[in-house]
Design a protein around this ligand. Structure first.
Ligand SMILES: C[S@@+](CC[C@H](N)C(=O)[O-])C[C@H]1O[C@@H](n2cnc3c(N)ncnc32)[C@H](O)[C@@H]1O
Length: 236
């Protein structure tokens, strides 16, 4: 499944800009999700075309000068840039994705407020993060958690690299009803964050078992099976 998902996103990122997806994406979705006006005005169209979020966790992210932030499964890295444009606090961001192409493509178009604040880019698998213990104060996880069938492996790896008191702020689909069985065998439904969706209770329990306490959960009704949910967990 991991190979299918990385190939799936590589194909999307290699497609021509403006490609139509079966779900709402890009600047249109960012506007609906309340992304800040400054980001909507300043971030180039090429980056919005590759923006595939599940929600808007930005209101819960407040990095201070010197903080290190990891945008895990960053895609085009829009959340890191939007945050830099919104808060001029001098934090450092690391954009990580398993698809090299999107990191290399967006490095040509992404404009941080200053060249020195450009996020570092790392191509790696989220289940084997190439970082030392407890180095990040903030982690963004936007449309990424549901891609993993083994959530405990991913979350314990995140827990390893987050400092005590650090925050994971993310968004994903949350399941509000049992899914028909065919979802489990449909690779593209995994890649679109549907088949791997947890209920609110399962999500909270998964993070709790890796030492996190929930500090926010904001669901928004999507359809008969799913909410779009923004979630925030603090590492104790
Ligand atoms: C739904 S997209 C979200 C992208 C980005 N967070 C955004 O909001 O636009 C999921 C992203 O996770 C990345 N991804 C999938 N599996 C991954 C893995 N095992 N490790 C790191 N990134 C992964 C994909 O390449 C893709 O960029």
């Amino acid at each position: 499944m991991k190979k299918h998902i990385s190939n799936f996103y590589e194909t999307i990122y290699r497609a021509n800009a403006g490609k139509k997806h079966p779900v709402l994406t890009g600047k249109h979705l960012a506007t609906e999700l309340g992304y800040p006006g400054r980001a909507l005005e300043s971030i180039p169209a090429e980056l919005w075309d590759d923006f595939l979020p599940c929600g808007n966790p930005l209101p819960y992210l407040d990095p201070a000068r010197g903080d290190l932030l990891l945008n895990l499964g960053c895609g085009a890295g829009v959340d890191s840039l939007a945050l830099m444009l919104d808060k001029s606090t001098g934090f450092r961001a690391v954009n990580l994705d398993i698809v090299f192409h999107v990191l290399s493509k967006t490095s040509k178009t992404a404009q941080a407020p200053t060249p020195a604040s450009m996020p570092d880019r790392v191509c790696a698998d989220a289940e084997a993060l190439p970082f030392v213990r407890e180095c990040f104060k903030w982690v963004i996880l936007n449309g990424v958690l549901n891609l993993f069938s083994d959530k405990s492996r991913l979350i314990s790896e995140i827990s390893r690299v987050v400092a005590s008191g650090g925050m994971v702020a993310g968004a994903d689909l949350c399941r509000t009803a049992p899914l028909p069985a065919y979802f489990m065998d449909e690779p593209d439904a995994w890649a679109w964050c549907m088949s791997g969706a947890l209920t609110e209770e399962e999500l909270t329990a998964s993070f709790a078992s890796a030492g996190f306490e929930r500090s926010a959960f904001e669901p928004q009704k999507l359809d008969e099976f799913f909410d779009r949910a923004v979630f925030v967990f603090e590492k104790k």
